[in-house]
Design a protein around this ligand. Structure first.
Ligand code: P6P
Length: 344
């Protein structure tokens, strides 16, 4: 049975719950536990969306006066989003470990019974909140090896390579709230309908265009980009290339959402300020890379496939290049060609 959702009778809208159940039915061994977990994520998404939409009214704009583990000012909505996800997922019984950008260490929820690990960025791009730019939530889901869990450090279940994800997704709080997820069987997109308070299927089996003349990078860091990246961007701006269009929102989820739908490439290379890249491997690059590959795209750190990287710490950063397969391959060619050349 394909994982397409089959509706009987006249075409009506498909809710995310129906779609998840449809995916579950295509797995004879599925117990519903995973569907129960994903419904916790959709609940958290609806709550966070409501808070983001009323940020100005709820007086949750502005900084919370504290800093997170990275020394970044915590926005009040950051904290609210983190708490919401913990409450919606942490007590479902099948989540054993939660790890978040906002937490110094992973949280073990209710002993060793929880089968899943959920790693998330509760509100990515939160510095954009006060200027009404799209922000997003990103999540990655792994299974735990509970057979040998005897209270040892939960990090052994958190520091898994990205290709071991059982699901990943994001919610982008933009002109509309869109939830995109994959369980390894294609990428599916849902739009929140505020009138019914539910996510409705917008597009099934989303495919990223194989190429796209749009690059997304913060060129303010140009001087410290690797030579290969500089030469690739020069090529993009040349008549030989077209030239390309530049689009950069400064919010990963929004920049990736556009790249997923329109094609092109997003880059956050090493910079002087962030020599190992700015974006985090576990809860930004890995889930986005899983979605990109499931949609026919590609994701690398410039040398290694993102999903093959072995994390060594929870908040580890990585250079990140993701997008249409032809565009990423072209960047890799430039990186190889100028590998021996110092930064120009
Ligand atoms: P810069 C937002 O703070 C974020 O973590 C990502 O969402 C975004 O892609 C990146 O940082 C933007 O960083 O240095 O260009 O402002």
């Amino acid at each position: 049975m394909s994982d397409q959702v089959h509706l009987s009778g006249p075409k009506t809208f498909v809710t995310i719950e129906e779609h998840i159940l449809g995916q579950q039915r295509s797995h004879p061994t599925a117990t519903g536990s995973f569907s129960w977990l994903l419904s916790g994520i959709t609940l958290a998404a609806r709550i966070i969306s409501a808070k983001v939409r009323r940020a100005g009214i709820l007086e949750v704009l502005g900084e919370a006066g504290d800093v997170n583990v990275h020394g970044e000012q915590q926005q009040k909505l950051d904290i609210l989003a983190n708490k919401t996800i913990e409450q919606c997922l942490g007590y479902r019984g099948n989540v054993g470990i939660l790890a978040s950008e906002e937490l110094d260490h992973p949280k073990v929820m209710g002993g060793s019974s929880g089968k899943y690990v959920v790693i998330f960025d509760p509100l990515d791009g939160s510095s954009n909140i006060d200027v009404n730019v799209s922000v997003g939530t990103i999540f990655a889901i792994f299974e735990r090896d509970t057979s040998n869990f005897n209270g040892e450090d939960p990090m052994t279940d958190v520091l898994q390579q990205g290709h071991r994800q059982v699901a990943a997704g994001y919610i982008v709080y933009g002109s509309s709230t869109v939830l995109t997820y994959t369980t390894g069987e294609g990428v599916h997109m849902f739009t929140l309908d505020p009138t019914v308070g539910g996510f409705i299927l917008a597009q099934e089996n989303v495919r990223m265009p194989e190429s796209g003349k749009m690059f997304s990078v913060n060129e303010g860091n140009w001087n410290s980009f690797p030579r290969g990246i500089q030469e690739y961007l020069k090529w993009c701006k040349s008549d030989a290339a077209g030239p390309y269009t530049a689009r950069y929102i400064g919010s990963l989820v929004a920049d990736f959402h556009r790249t997923l739908l329109r094609g092109g490439i997003f880059l956050y290379p090493p910079t002087a300020k962030s020599p190992t890249g700015k974006l985090r491997l576990l809860y930004e690059a890995d889930p986005i890379a899983f979605l990109a590959e499931q949609a026919g795209g590609k994701a690398t750190d410039g040398q290694i496939r993102i999903l093959d990287k072995q994390p060594t710490s929870l908040h580890e950063r990585t250079p990140f290049i993701v997008g249409s397969v032809r565009e990423v391959e072209r960047v890799e060619e430039f990186m190889r060609k100028y590998a021996e050349s110092p930064v120009a």
